[in-house]
Design a protein around this ligand. Sequence first.
Ligand code: MD6
Ligand code: FE
Length: 197
Amino acid sequence: MTPEGFRLYPEYFDRSDQEALAAMVFEAARIAPFYQPSTPGGGTMSVAMTNCGKLGWITDRGGYRYAARHPQTGAPWPPIPPPLLGLWADLTDSGPPPDACLVNLYRAGARMGLHQDRDERDFSHPVISVSLGDTAIFRIGTARRGPTASMKLGSGDVCRLAGPARLAFHGIDRVIAGSSSLIPGGGRLNLTLRRAS
Ligand code: MD6
Ligand code: FE
């Protein structure tokens, strides 16, 4: 059982939409390069990150937060690709548009531990994510130590965390290398849309 308010939209984006979206993201990454963030605990994430939008989610030794500029270049983040604004409008009620899009890049061996998305100001807005490229094993549950459901997220799949599931614990156990040909160099992109402010 997945938490109430969790919803998966399998293959929301078709292959040509996926290719266009991946190209837009890598184009944005020329302005805002992927980097491997440090964590407050002193480690380094296996996932490479960048952002689009007015705000970007960052982590370093000082903690987790949203920032208007890339921590390494000091430049503002590039705009959110238009298809993602359309996705948000499609899957949300008449609320404000997203102001942050975290871009996670999983190359070989990268994973993401169980976490909540809770650095946003108002949890009444959903979080919506798009998976592109290699299939991931996604895990989600209501409590950190409680039961979790596990499912595959394939290329073009969209998931939405809203309502009671908005603060669910979730993570990526692993990515199945070579399961998609979408991403040049292989791997997986996950684009997470939020209203941060
Ligand atoms: C990932 N996703 O799929 C990690 N967060 O790589 C997330 O952390 C996530 O998929 C909030 C809402 C949807 C998500
Ligand atoms: Fe998350």
